[in-house]
Design a protein around this ligand. Sequence first.
Ligand SMILES: [Zn+2]
Length: 119
Amino acid sequence: MWQCPKCERMFKNTNQDHYCGQITTIDEYIAAQSEAVQPLLQQVRKTIRSAAPKAAEKISWQMPTFWQGENLIHFAAFKKHISIFPGGEAVAVFAERLTAYKTSKGTIQFPRTSQLTIS
Ligand SMILES: [Zn+2]
């Protein structure tokens, strides 16, 4: 294992390429993820963007966030899934359409194994 002396993250390979430092934009966040998941994250971003065209992109709670007077939604990549965090109310309202997905309070999980079909 190799630890980057600047950001102190651990990597398998010495001098592993990575985004080093504080992530401040969604582009940086996505670029720091594995190549396999990047298109999925771009798809989630595009979907949210089309639903909330006036929202601003930012990083909040270390997660990509769409902001419009308040945090509308966060999303994030995890080892086996991508989560979106639209808040408890949204998850409750759309509960019937979300039965295929794992949800918990304010969160919806999309497995990374399947191509996302949200549009
Ligand atoms: Zn680093």
